[in-house]
Design a protein around this ligand. Structure first.
Ligand SMILES: *Cc1c(COP(=O)(O)O)cnc(C)c1O
Length: 396
């Protein structure tokens, strides 16, 4: 009955895990949830007020498919100010979230059998979006010892005649690591020589720590800019996950095609949310630093606590709001008649026995890890880590 295409994909595992933890909470369990992929902060008041104003003023009709001019202009200013990149309105599209922009790109670029390089661990939706568009995800395993950054020679080794694009994500979900300039330059050289496209997911751009700065690969040189589609959005930087506003910037022809695709699927993103997005990008920006300094405190606390657990090790993330500890030392252990053989066994054990929700690394393509989001209070983090330590100690 169903299409072959539809049969290839699975529901988002991060949303599924979050749903399971929330269901246990509703059932009365005291759950510490490290599974969430969104800031625990409320959307700033000035942004909400802009939305209320938009409604009062009757800004409640269809807008241009690819977004209103005032929002495109605010996005253009953002790229100029933050990334030293110059775009025109024809090179910008506003979508219903960054995920939707990524999906439009997949529809606009891939033919059946095209190969798309995806460094692993990866964000959960990349492979499924590629497969939904009849293309083939090709994974390039990265290593913890290299801060989970894909290296140029590994990229080169995976290129075939069918390779169309590579998807980069920095700062990364799930690893929390951020690419440095030298690594990006080396990747860029290979990508240009082989005429690939780069899809650069930069949604965590503004969430970096320890003086590390996000570098957009498109800003390295002009030829590279013509091969890159940048995806970004407001969900993570402005605590606006529910508003569904994301955007992409890239070559005119690709953006125009994405806009045509959008015109036949969702039409414009929500008109009220677009007005709120203009306020987010052009209004006061102090909210980001307030949120960031809180995330930073939690990050330092969580990483220290995780590394103090015997058998667990965790790199210090430099971006986003995730910790990605290595849990492979616990595989092969048992408790009662429960065997822990994989990250999903471990995640299920921690949820059911320790009442801690998190996402198994297998969901991101690497079974040796689990992902913890620290978008939750220090008190909850402390309680959760204590529970994890006790539960891991019981494994024999
Ligand atoms: C959250 C997230 C997105 C999607 O963001 P939306 O704008 O809410 O669709 C895209 N990429 C990564 C890596 C994310 O973590």
């Amino acid at each position: 009955m169903l299409s072959d295409r539809a049969k290839r994909i699975k529901p988002s595992p991060t949303l599924a895990m979050d749903a399971k933890a929330k269901a246990m909470k509703t059932a009365g369990f005291d759950i510490v949830n490290f599974g969430v992929g969104e800031p625990d902060f409320d959307t700033p008041e000035n942004i909400k007020e802009a939305a209320i104003r938009a409604m009062r003023e009757g800004f409640t009709k269809y807008t241009p498919v690819g977004g209103i001019d005032s929002l495109k202009d605010a996005i253009i200013e953002k790229f100029k100010k933050d990334n030293n990149l110059n775009y025109t309105r024809e090179e910008i599209i506003v979508s219903c979230g960054a995920k939707h922009s990524l999906y439009n790109i997949a529809q606009a670029l891939y033919n059946p059998g095209d190969e798309v390089l995806i460094p692993s661990p990866y964000w959960v939706s990349y492979p499924d979006q590629v497969m939904l568009n009849d293309a083939v995800p090709v994974f390039i395993k990265t290593d913890e010892s290299e801060s989970f950054m894909v290296k140029a020679d590994a990229v080169e080794a995976h290129i075939t005649k069918r390779t169309k694009a590579i998807i980069l994500n920095s700062p990364s979900n799930p690893t929390g690591l951020t690419y440095d300039r030298k690594t990006l330059e080396e990747i860029a050289e290979v990508v240009l020589r082989h005429g690939l496209f780069i899809i650069s997911d930069e949604v965590y751009e503004k969430l970096t720590y320890d003086g590390v700065n996000h570098i957009s690969i498109a800003s390295l040189d002009n030829e590279l800019k013509s091969r890159t589609i940048i995806v970004n959005g407001l969900s993570k930087s402005y605590a606006m996950t529910g508003w569904r506003i994301g955007f992409a910037a890239g070559p005119k022809e690709i953006i125009k095609t994405m806009t045509n695709i959008q015109s036949q699927s969702t039409s414009n993103p929500n008109s009220i949310a677009q007005k709120a997005a203009v306020e987010a990008l052009t209004g006061p920006q102090d909210f980001i630093n307030i949120m960031l300094s809180e995330f930073d405190k939690r990050r330092k606390f969580l990483i220290k606590e995780l590394n103090a657990i015997t058998g667990l090790s965790c790199l210090t993330p430099t971006g986003a709001f995730y910790a990605f500890p290595n849990t492979s030392q616990f595989y092969g252990k048992v408790i009662g008649n429960r065997n822990i053989e994989s990250s999903s066994d471990l995640a299920l054990y921690l949820l059911e026995e320790a009442k801690v929700g998190l996402v198994h690394g297998g969901a991101f393509g690497d079974d040796n890890y689990i992902r913890l989001s620290y978008a939750t209070s220090i008190e909850e983090i402390k309680k959760g880590v204590d529970r994890i330590r006790d539960a891991l100690l019981k494994l024999k």
